[in-house]
Design a protein around this ligand. Structure first.
Ligand SMILES: [Zn+2]
Ligand SMILES: [Zn+2]
Ligand SMILES: [Zn+2]
Length: 381
């Protein structure tokens, strides 16, 4: 910060550093105000349960984003992401041609103020809004809106909705297959969780809940996550590649080595997936069309992958044979007792303070959701 001139330089950069944007702004404009979007579209375009969006404080015409990949997110909105590492950076809207929106993830050094939750009805049950109830330093609840912010008070949802908490119980373990589903629909992969239903407790791997026999959903704040998912708290399930199939019923790739070979060879089994080597041992797979995350893999664990929970939906066909778009949160056992991993990556500044507030909100959620008793025991074991 230049205290003489009262300005601050803010920087947005993708993970691989191919694309960097810097801007000197008046300190009076900080913290930047932003929205937390819970819409289905953002979710399937990233893998995160929600994304944080901000208006970049510079006119659209002054920023050269021609080097970024395009993805037509909706009729009005174009996403722009790094084609090498897949970090989502900007979005443009035909409704606001002079403005440029930026995702929070690539922003490196700026304090933000989370002003409201939008598209919360898409969550069906409040979703992640409950652990961002009081996300700012003033400790106050922020408003939630059914869809976009509106002056119409009817659009605002009070914090009593939904009346019956339904997140995190793992109530229907394995009843229906889940689907890993990307926004561009280039690939959809069924996840056959039913496999674990009949297993005895001692046969279950560490990532399956010992009493619900269901996938355990975890929290992480690892540094490499936030440039990709545009939020600070990512949620993952660990999945055995053996329970994933292709949509046509054929077997999917059984090991991370097979996955890498298929992606490198453009094999149809790997669809539109491509790979970015995050570190010598960690690979990140993403969709080259829409940039959505797919898997996070580690060379030391050849048969399991991390799957971003925002991609999951339940396949449910009702009596009229209509495919339900239900989210999968209620099919998972949430590990609220172990709020997050890699906390050492989030000890500084705004980010560190946010994580502490999320932990407080999660504690409150654990008390209000009696069904969490079983997941707490996992963390304490
Ligand atoms: Zn990049
Ligand atoms: Zn959205
Ligand atoms: Zn895609």
């Amino acid at each position: 910060m230049d205290s003489q001139r009262n300005t601050t330089v803010i920087t947005a950069e993708c993970f691989c550093k191919s694309h960097t944007f810097s801007l000197e702004v008046s300190t009076a404009k900080l913290p930047l105000e932003c929205d937390i979007c819970h819409c289905d579209y953002c979710r399937h375009c990233t893998g995160a349960l929600f994304v944080i969006k901000i208006t970049w404080p510079q006119p659209r015409e002054s920023v050269d984003i021609s080097g970024l990949q395009r993805y037509q997110f909706s009729a009005n909105i174009m996403y722009r992401f790094c084609g090498t590492c897949s970090a989502l950076m900007f979005y443009e809207s035909v409704r606001y041609p002079s403005k440029l929106g930026i995702f929070y993830g690539p922003l490196k050094n700026v304090d933000i103020d989370l002003t409201k939750h939008i598209y919360v009805y898409d969550t069906r049950n409040g979703g992640a809004s409950f652990w961002l109830r009081k996300p700012n330093a003033n400790g106050k609840e922020i408003p939630r809106y059914q869809q976009q912010f509106s002056e119409d008070k009817d659009e605002e949802i009070d914090w009593y909705w939904p009346h019956v908490p339904s997140l995190g119980c793992g109530l229907w373990p394995g009843e229906w297959p889940l689907l890993i589903s990307w926004h561009c629909k280039s690939i959809n992969l069924p996840l056959h969780c039913k496999y674990y239903l009949t297993k005895d407790r001692e046969e279950l791997p560490w990532f399956i809940h010992p009493t619900t026999n269901n996938q355990i959903a975890g929290f992480t704040v690892r540094d490499p996550c936030h440039p990709y998912f545009s939020n600070e708290i990512m949620n993952w399930v660990t999945v055995d590649l053996g329970i994933i199939s292709q949509r046509n019923g054929r077997a999917f790739l059984k090991t991370t080595a097979e996955l890498k070979v298929a992606v490198d060879a453009d094999d149809s089994a790997a669809g539109t997936l491509t790979c970015y080597q995050l570190s010598p041992e960690i690979q990140r797979y993403f969709c080259k069309v829409c940039s959505a995350s797919a898997f996070c893999t580690c060379s030391k664990r050849p048969e399991i992958v991390g799957v971003a929970i925002g991609l999951l939906r339940r396949i449910l066909v009702n009596q009229q044979n209509v495919l339900s778009r239900a989210r999968a949160e209620v099919d998972l056992s949430w590990n609220f007792g172990d709020t997050s991993t890699s906390l050492d990556d989030a000890t500084w500044g705004w980010r560190g303070r946010l994580i502490k507030r999320v932990q407080a909100d999660v504690q409150e959620l654990m008390v209000s959701e009696q069904c969490c008793a079983s997941t707490i025991s996992v963390a304490n074991n």
